[in-house]
Design a protein around this ligand. Structure first.
Ligand code: NAD
Length: 498
């Protein structure tokens, strides 16, 4: 069977692609049921290929493969395990162009944003390569002649369930730490964008990862439920919407698994009158419309404190000058497009003002899931666009008189992924950051992702479980601490020493 599927197209022109099967024990196999569903290219609204649709028997096959590979992999020294990651990094860098175009085609991102997200995935792999220099345990003499030592042991067979918006990067939030720690792994990609994971499987194999250490089961809800229920899996990382994160967290916890489930977001960016005008306007626009607003760190609500009209005017001008299809990509599917349109229409019908209107956009007059960048002004806190996750290129602007009102609005929202303050005053920045109810905060930063080695994770309804997903926290999640308390005394008959 062919096991190398480089993606040929290096432009936005539509290209069909191979079918995406399950990756079990180092081979591509059909789902036991033989069922598949189409994978759509969102830019063209056309089917690129088919992806397998898996159920409990496929999950059982993946667990059996991962279980069989576990003893050999965990017995491989850590310093040898991370050599695979060094090679993964090299192969990904050598194939950056291909990986980025494939990602752009399956997800609809622009090539620049696709490249950025593959590079961020590579940065996660780079962090994984350093684990062998960071993962030493702790030890201490806790009493006379008694020593206590902590080692970080693999959990065993682990699984990761990932969303559509970062097909290559989000799997790499999990794989480097989980594999370096000595676990074997089952990945469940988003059925909407399975190809990024497919190429990762090929790359890890080429880099020398033994068969069975990484398996992939494609599918949807049934596949995820089978992963949650399988007693042979010890830990699951999930990234996706809040609704599903909570379901998965509760279902997996019932069978005693370690669970870390990252959910959705509604990020508030607060702008005060002393903010740097140009920096704030361009940062706000980049945050709201990068990846078409389909990222959990995107600006969703701008809270304008006092008179910041000149900044809003600059944002409007910049947003109007964007070229759809070049500066901003498409929406993942027609249902998402309809949902986003509903929020804009609803806000308008309740009296908000659509300053920049992306509703009637197409690219080259062709079909495709398009919505242009949209700014809605005079939004009030009771409008759904102010408090529900839209997950599209829509920025809602709410006006308040004081910083405390802005902070109160941010605090009211049930999510807690990101929040940011735009100001040139350090005291104002500190005051706001100390009061935001969010796990990742920015000062004059629109997408405050804590880059490696710092860990990624929100608060409140944006995360279920403890700890964060990347960096050292990720390593902690995919391991269990073993505490060894030992007493060794010189035996009185140790006469062989003399
Ligand atoms: P989603 O929750 O619909 O899907 C995520 C995964 O869960 C997919 O693999 C999907 O197949 C599976 N799934 C879907 N419905 C399920 C169900 N009922 N039961 C079990 N499994 C199910 O999310 P999405 O639409 O792919 O991604 C967008 C969402 O992800 C947004 O809400 C976004 O904020 C969130 N997200 C969060 C982060 C973060 O770090 N907090 C990062 C990226 C995306």
């Amino acid at each position: 069977m062919k096991t190398d599927f480089p993606f040929g197209e290096r432009s936005y022109a539509f290209q069909e692609y191979v079918d995406c099967k399950n990756w079990i024990d180092g081979s591509w196999v059909d789902a036991a049921s033989g069922q598949t569903i189409p994978v759509q290219n969102p830019r063209h609204e056309r089917t690129m290929g088919e992806v397998s649709w898996s159920d409990a028997p496929d999950v059982a096959a993946a667990v059996a493969s991962a279980k069989a590979a576990l003893p050999g992999w965990r017995a491989t020294p850590l310093k040898e395990r991370v050599q695979v990651l060094f090679r993964v990094k090299q192969i990904m860098e050598a194939n950056l162009d291909e990986l980025s175009w494939l990602l752009s085609h399956e997800n609809g991102k622009t090539i620049a944003q696709a490249r950025g997200s593959v590079l961020k995935g590579i940065e996660c792999v780079e962090y994984g390569t350093s684990i062998s220099n960071l993962a030493q345990g702790e030890q201490l003499d806790v009493s006379r002649g008694i020593n206590c030592e902590v080692t970080h042991e693999p959990v065993g067979v682990c699984a990761g369930i990932v969303p559509f918006n970062f097909p290559t990067m989000v799997p790499l939030w999990m794989l480097p730490q989980a594999l370096a720690a000595g676990n074997t792994f089952i990945l469940k990609p988003s059925e909407q964008v399975p190809y990024g994971s497919m190429r990762l499987a090929e790359i890890f194999k080429e880099a020398g990862l033994p068969d069975g250490v990484l398996n992939i089961v494609n599918g949807g809800r049934e596949t995820v439920e089978a992963l949650c229920d399988h007693p042979g899996i010890g830990a699951i990382g999930f990234v996706g919407s809040t609704k599903v994160a909570q379901i998965v967290y509760e279902r997996g916890s019932k069978t005693g698994k370690k669970m870390l489930c990252l959910g959705g977001a509604k990020n508030h960016l607060v702008v005060v009158p002393d903010a740097d005008q140009d920096l704030t306007a361009s940062t706000m626009v980049a945050s709201a419309y990068g990846c078409s607003g389909q990222r959990c760190m995107a600006a969703s609500v701008m809270i304008a404190v006092g008179d910041v009209q000149s900044i809003i005017d600059k944002m409007v001008a910049q947003t109007r000058s964007m070229t759809l299809g070049e500066d901003m990509g498409s929406i993942i599917n027609p249902d998402s497009r309809d949902r986003i349109l509903k929020y804009i229409n609803d806000a308008e019908s309740r009296g908000a003002k659509v300053l920049v209107d992306g509703r009637e956009h197409t690219v080259d007059g062709q079909p495709g899931n398009w919505i242009g960048p949209t700014i809605i002004d005079n939004v009030t806190p009771d409008m759904p666009c102010a408090f529900e996750e839209i997950f599209g290129p829509v920025l809602s602007v709410i006006h308040v008189d004081t910083l405390d009102e802005a902070i109160a609005l941010e605090n009211q929202n049930p999510y807690g992924n990101a929040a940011a303050i735009f100001t040139t005053n350090g005291g104002v920045a500190r005051y706001a950051i100390e009061r935001f109810s969010a796990g990742m905060c920015g000062v004059n930063i629109g997408v405050p992702v804590p880059r490696e080695p710092f860990a990624f994770g929100g608060w409140n309804d944006s995360k279920f479980g403890h700890g964060d997903i990347t960096g050292q926290d990720g390593f902690r999640f995919w391991t269990r601490p073993r505490k060894v308390t030992a007493r060794w005394e010189m035996a009185s008959d140790a006469t062989w020493m003399s």
